[in-house]
Design a protein around this ligand. Structure first.
Ligand SMILES: CC(C)(COP(=O)(O)OP(=O)(O)OC[C@H]1O[C@@H](n2cnc3c(N)ncnc32)[C@H](O)[C@@H]1OP(=O)(O)O)[C@@H](O)C(=O)NCCC(=O)NCCS
Length: 151
Protein backbone atom coordinates (compact mmCIF):
# COMPACT_ATOMS: atom_id res chain seq x y z
CA UNK A 1 0.00 0.00 0.00
CA UNK A 2 1.39 3.43 -0.89
CA UNK A 3 0.06 6.95 -0.53
CA UNK A 4 0.35 9.35 -3.44
CA UNK A 5 -0.78 12.95 -3.85
CA UNK A 6 -4.19 13.04 -5.54
CA UNK A 7 -4.23 14.86 -8.88
CA UNK A 8 -6.94 16.00 -11.27
CA UNK A 9 -6.18 12.88 -13.34
CA UNK A 10 -7.39 10.81 -10.36
CA UNK A 11 -10.85 12.43 -10.26
CA UNK A 12 -12.70 9.36 -11.58
CA UNK A 13 -10.92 7.00 -9.18
CA UNK A 14 -11.52 9.39 -6.28
CA UNK A 15 -15.23 9.58 -7.14
CA UNK A 16 -15.46 5.76 -7.23
CA UNK A 17 -13.86 5.56 -3.78
CA UNK A 18 -16.13 8.30 -2.43
CA UNK A 19 -19.19 6.40 -3.73
CA UNK A 20 -18.08 3.27 -1.86
CA UNK A 21 -18.13 5.19 1.42
CA UNK A 22 -20.98 7.72 1.26
CA UNK A 23 -24.72 7.61 0.49
CA UNK A 24 -24.46 10.99 -1.25
CA UNK A 25 -21.28 10.57 -3.31
CA UNK A 26 -19.37 13.39 -4.98
CA UNK A 27 -19.07 13.19 -8.76
CA UNK A 28 -15.72 13.34 -10.55
CA UNK A 29 -16.70 16.86 -11.59
CA UNK A 30 -17.35 17.93 -7.99
CA UNK A 31 -14.05 16.39 -6.92
CA UNK A 32 -12.26 18.25 -9.71
CA UNK A 33 -13.82 21.51 -8.51
CA UNK A 34 -12.67 20.78 -4.94
CA UNK A 35 -9.11 20.00 -6.08
CA UNK A 36 -9.01 23.20 -8.14
CA UNK A 37 -10.03 25.31 -5.14
CA UNK A 38 -7.57 27.49 -3.19
CA UNK A 39 -5.13 25.54 -1.03
CA UNK A 40 -6.68 22.17 -1.91
CA UNK A 41 -4.75 18.93 -1.85
CA UNK A 42 -5.37 15.26 -1.36
CA UNK A 43 -3.88 11.80 -1.13
CA UNK A 44 -4.90 8.46 -2.53
CA UNK A 45 -3.93 5.09 -1.07
CA UNK A 46 -3.16 2.46 -3.68
CA UNK A 47 -2.63 -1.25 -3.37
CA UNK A 48 -3.52 -3.31 -6.42
CA UNK A 49 -6.35 -0.79 -6.83
CA UNK A 50 -7.24 2.57 -5.25
CA UNK A 51 -8.21 1.82 -1.64
CA UNK A 52 -8.68 5.16 0.09
CA UNK A 53 -8.69 8.90 -0.37
CA UNK A 54 -8.59 12.15 1.56
CA UNK A 55 -9.20 15.69 0.34
CA UNK A 56 -8.25 18.75 2.37
CA UNK A 57 -7.36 22.38 2.06
CA UNK A 58 -5.03 24.75 3.86
CA UNK A 59 -5.71 28.49 3.65
CA UNK A 60 -4.47 31.36 5.81
CA UNK A 61 -2.99 29.25 8.58
CA UNK A 62 -5.98 26.94 8.99
CA UNK A 63 -6.64 23.61 7.33
CA UNK A 64 -9.73 21.43 6.93
CA UNK A 65 -10.32 17.80 6.04
CA UNK A 66 -13.06 17.91 3.39
CA UNK A 67 -13.62 14.20 2.98
CA UNK A 68 -12.08 10.86 3.88
CA UNK A 69 -13.08 7.49 2.43
CA UNK A 70 -11.67 3.98 2.56
CA UNK A 71 -12.97 1.08 0.46
CA UNK A 72 -15.04 -1.12 2.83
CA UNK A 73 -12.97 -4.12 1.66
CA UNK A 74 -9.78 -2.42 2.89
CA UNK A 75 -10.91 -1.03 6.25
CA UNK A 76 -9.30 -1.57 9.66
CA UNK A 77 -5.88 -1.89 8.06
CA UNK A 78 -4.58 1.55 8.98
CA UNK A 79 -5.31 3.26 5.65
CA UNK A 80 -7.65 5.87 7.14
CA UNK A 81 -5.13 6.73 9.84
CA UNK A 82 -2.30 6.97 7.26
CA UNK A 83 -4.37 9.31 5.07
CA UNK A 84 -5.18 11.60 8.02
CA UNK A 85 -1.50 11.64 9.06
CA UNK A 86 -0.42 12.50 5.50
CA UNK A 87 -2.99 15.30 5.21
CA UNK A 88 -1.97 16.79 8.57
CA UNK A 89 1.69 16.66 7.54
CA UNK A 90 0.99 18.38 4.23
CA UNK A 91 -1.16 21.03 5.95
CA UNK A 92 1.61 21.76 8.47
CA UNK A 93 4.09 22.05 5.61
CA UNK A 94 1.74 24.50 3.91
CA UNK A 95 1.88 26.66 7.04
CA UNK A 96 -1.37 25.65 8.75
CA UNK A 97 -1.38 25.72 12.53
CA UNK A 98 -4.57 23.72 13.04
CA UNK A 99 -6.60 21.09 11.19
CA UNK A 100 -10.41 21.14 11.49
CA UNK A 101 -13.13 18.79 10.30
CA UNK A 102 -16.83 18.09 10.67
CA UNK A 103 -18.03 14.57 11.33
CA UNK A 104 -21.55 13.21 11.85
CA UNK A 105 -22.18 12.72 15.56
CA UNK A 106 -23.20 9.07 14.96
CA UNK A 107 -20.10 8.17 12.87
CA UNK A 108 -18.34 6.21 15.60
CA UNK A 109 -15.68 4.73 13.28
CA UNK A 110 -14.47 8.11 12.03
CA UNK A 111 -14.75 9.77 15.45
CA UNK A 112 -12.63 6.98 16.98
CA UNK A 113 -10.03 7.42 14.25
CA UNK A 114 -9.84 11.19 14.72
CA UNK A 115 -9.69 11.07 18.53
CA UNK A 116 -7.01 8.40 18.24
CA UNK A 117 -5.07 10.77 15.93
CA UNK A 118 -5.19 13.52 18.57
CA UNK A 119 -8.18 15.58 17.45
CA UNK A 120 -10.34 17.13 20.18
CA UNK A 121 -13.90 18.47 20.20
CA UNK A 122 -14.09 22.13 19.18
CA UNK A 123 -17.82 22.60 18.60
CA UNK A 124 -21.19 21.18 17.65
CA UNK A 125 -23.32 22.10 14.63
CA UNK A 126 -26.89 21.04 15.39
CA UNK A 127 -28.81 19.47 12.49
CA UNK A 128 -25.87 20.02 10.13
CA UNK A 129 -26.44 16.92 7.97
CA UNK A 130 -29.62 16.48 5.95
CA UNK A 131 -30.33 12.76 5.76
CA UNK A 132 -33.22 13.07 3.29
CA UNK A 133 -36.42 12.54 5.25
CA UNK A 134 -34.80 11.29 8.43
CA UNK A 135 -34.10 13.53 11.40
CA UNK A 136 -31.16 15.83 10.68
CA UNK A 137 -27.87 14.76 12.24
CA UNK A 138 -25.58 16.94 14.33
CA UNK A 139 -21.95 17.46 13.27
CA UNK A 140 -19.07 17.48 15.71
CA UNK A 141 -16.33 19.97 14.88
CA UNK A 142 -12.94 18.49 15.73
CA UNK A 143 -9.60 20.28 15.83
CA UNK A 144 -5.98 19.18 15.88
CA UNK A 145 -3.16 21.55 16.83
CA UNK A 146 -0.60 20.95 14.07
CA UNK A 147 2.19 22.65 16.00
CA UNK A 148 2.11 19.97 18.69
CA UNK A 149 1.05 17.05 16.47
CA UNK A 150 3.54 14.34 15.65
CA UNK A 151 2.16 14.20 12.09
C1 LIG B 1 -13.73 6.17 8.85
C2 LIG B 1 -12.88 5.37 7.86
C3 LIG B 1 -12.22 6.34 6.88
C4 LIG B 1 -11.80 4.60 8.62
O1 LIG B 1 -10.89 4.01 7.70
P1 LIG B 1 -10.00 2.73 8.10
O2 LIG B 1 -8.93 2.58 7.07
O3 LIG B 1 -10.86 1.56 8.36
O4 LIG B 1 -9.36 3.25 9.48
P2 LIG B 1 -8.03 2.67 10.20
O5 LIG B 1 -7.88 1.21 9.88
O6 LIG B 1 -6.89 3.55 9.87
O7 LIG B 1 -8.45 2.84 11.73
C5 LIG B 1 -7.73 3.68 12.61
C6 LIG B 1 -8.42 3.68 13.95
O8 LIG B 1 -9.71 4.28 13.83
C7 LIG B 1 -10.63 3.60 14.71
N1 LIG B 1 -11.64 2.91 13.91
C8 LIG B 1 -11.67 2.74 12.57
N2 LIG B 1 -12.79 2.09 12.19
C9 LIG B 1 -13.47 1.83 13.31
C10 LIG B 1 -14.71 1.19 13.58
N3 LIG B 1 -15.47 0.65 12.58
N4 LIG B 1 -15.15 1.12 14.85
C11 LIG B 1 -14.42 1.66 15.86
N5 LIG B 1 -13.22 2.27 15.68
C12 LIG B 1 -12.76 2.36 14.42
C13 LIG B 1 -9.81 2.63 15.51
O9 LIG B 1 -9.30 3.30 16.64
C14 LIG B 1 -8.70 2.31 14.52
O10 LIG B 1 -7.54 1.81 15.13
P3 LIG B 1 -7.41 0.20 15.34
O11 LIG B 1 -7.80 -0.47 14.07
O12 LIG B 1 -5.95 0.06 15.69
O13 LIG B 1 -8.35 -0.12 16.46
C15 LIG B 1 -13.75 4.35 7.08
O14 LIG B 1 -14.50 3.59 8.01
C16 LIG B 1 -14.72 4.98 6.09
O15 LIG B 1 -14.38 5.20 4.92
N6 LIG B 1 -15.96 5.25 6.53
C17 LIG B 1 -17.00 5.82 5.67
C18 LIG B 1 -16.69 7.25 5.30
C19 LIG B 1 -16.49 8.15 6.52
O16 LIG B 1 -17.19 8.03 7.52
N7 LIG B 1 -15.54 9.09 6.40
C20 LIG B 1 -15.24 10.05 7.44
C21 LIG B 1 -16.18 11.19 7.33
S1 LIG B 1 -15.61 12.58 8.28
Amino acid sequence: MKLEPATLADADALARLHALAFDAPWSAREITAVLEGPGAFGFMARGDAPAGMILARAVAGEAEILTLAVDPAARRGGIGRALVTAACGAAAQAGAEAMFLEVAADNTAAISLYLDAGFAAAGLRRGYYDRGGQERMDALVLRLDLNSASA
